[in-house]
Write a protein of this length. Structure first.
Length: 73
C-alpha cells in the first residue's frame, strides 16, 4: 500500500562501508529489490510454510531479505 501511495518518497537511508555519502532508497526502490529477491527464493523452491533462518547484523540487506521471505507466504 505504501509503495502505491508514496513510490518516490524516501523509505530508507544508509551509508555503504568506507563511504561518507548518505544514500536514500525510495519505497519503489525497496519494493523492486524485495520482489526480485522473493522471485529468486521461489526459483530455488522456497515456498509458503518452509522455515528460513535469517541471521545478520542490522543492515539494509536484512530488511530486504526479511520482507522478501515474508512476501512469499
Amino acid at each position: 500500500e505504501s509503495v502505491k501511495r508514496f513510490p518516490n518518497s524516501p523509505m530508507r537511508g544508509f551509508r555503504e562501508e568506507n563511504n561518507k555519502e548518505f544514500k536514500i532508497l525510495t519505497y519503489k526502490d525497496i519494493y523492486e529489490l524485495v520482489e526480485n529477491l522473493a522471485l529468486s527464493f521461489i526459483d530455488i523452491r522456497i515456498k509458503f510454510g518452509d522455515k528460513v533462518a535469517l541471521i545478520s547484523n542490522n543492515r539494509l540487506e536484512w530488511i530486504i531479505s526479511d520482507l522478501a521471505i515474508l512476501s512469499i507466504g
